[in-house]
Design a protein around this ligand. Structure first.
Ligand SMILES: [Zn+2]
Ligand SMILES: [Zn+2]
Length: 317
């Protein structure tokens, strides 16, 4: 019986990546993931060997795979986990926190944990229900809180770069959504690496050229234990339906998602969009009088306004 062979050693392949025209056995796939990620880091000048990098850890496969890869490559990468208090029914936060802590302990890595409910007196779902008067999902508030706390942790800990586990499927879904709505500001801003500025760490996505099935295969083959359930609030989200659509196109024509994202970046570089590439450098920013983080709001930043303008002293300067 014939089977597909690893193109390096000729043994039976564990993974076939039609989009890259590559087939590898387990060991050569794991090796390829390290090289592929390292070349992304270098090509997009994300960070150097001596940069202190803060990795946003969710307890899911992508962020833990990223942390594992950076650790194996010898980068100085510490983890940051936010316990959002999403525990109704499924114990989503407590379980994902356990996976994050287990991972850090097993590799002797530094993980900072922020327990949002302990620090700010209420969980994300409760905060969202209160400030949105019970309407809608907590996802946008949750995203805003995570961005704010990541920035704060990076600044307080002296990290110049924050790395997230976004993969190619995530990037393609966001791009698809922004293009459907011709959201010019977001289109100008979407990038694998945004440089930092005063009071704001740089943001990088070292796995943005990896398909989700590759990060999943990496986590599985590397025996990384991670939370497999998605956040209960993500069910039925538009980004999930866009991912399904893009996967249908990918099945018919392998490489579609990769071309979509990479050719977009190329078009942007070539000036196709005729919009200023802000690279995150917004105009009119000033420090929030409560927390000190840069904001374009006339008074305090969205985070401080949302949580009521009375944050605990210890988290602030
Ligand atoms: Zn091989
Ligand atoms: Zn603030």
């Amino acid at each position: 019986m014939s089977y597909i062979r690893c193109q390096v050693c000729g043994q039976r392949a564990s993974i076939r990546m039609r989009q890259h025209r590559l087939n590898y056995c387990k060991d050569h796939f794991l090796e390829w993931m390290l090289k592929h990620t390292d070349s992304t880091i270098q090509k997009y000048r994300m960070f150097g060997r001596n940069t202190r990098v803060l990795v946003a850890i969710s307890g899911g496969k992508d962020s833990l795979a990223l942390w594992d890869i950076l650790w194996r490559l010898g980068y100085h990468a510490d983890g940051f986990y936010i316990d959002l208090g999403i525990d109704e029914g499924l114990d989503y936060s407590s379980q994902s926190r356990q996976f994050a802590e287990q991972f850090a302990t097993s590799r002797n890595l530094a993980l900072t944990v922020i327990d949002f409910k302990k620090e700010y007196g209420e969980s994300i779902p409760t905060l969202a229900a209160r400030t949105q008067r019970g309407k809608g999902k907590p996802c946008s508030i949750c995203g805003m809180v995570k961005r704010h706390l990541m920035n704060q942790a990076a600044e307080q800990g002296g990290y110049s770069v924050v790395a997230t586990g976004h993969n190619l499927d995530d990037e393609a879904a966001v791009l698809f959504s922004n293009m459907l709505g011709w959201n010019q500001t977001q289109l100008a801003r979407q990038a694998p690496a945004l440089s930092g500025r005063d009071g704001m760490a740089g943001k990088v996505k070292p796995l943005f050229r990896c398909y989700e099935r590759e990060t999943a295969a990496y986590a599985f083959l590397q025996r990384i234990a991670y939370i497999e359930t998605e956040c209960p609030f993500s069910a039925g989200s538009t980004s999930i339906s866009y991912k399904h659509l893009l996967n249908q196109m990918e099945d018919r024509s392998p490489g579609t998602k990769m071309r979509f994202v990479m050719n977009y970046l190329k078009a942007k570089e070539d000036g196709f969009f005729h919009i200023e590439n802000t690279n995150g450098q917004d105009e009119g920013l000033h420090p929030c009088p409560v927390c000190g983080q840069a904001t374009s709001n006339p008074d305090m930043c969205v985070f401080c306004r949302t949580i009521g303008g009375t944050p605990p002293d210890k988290a602030y300067r």
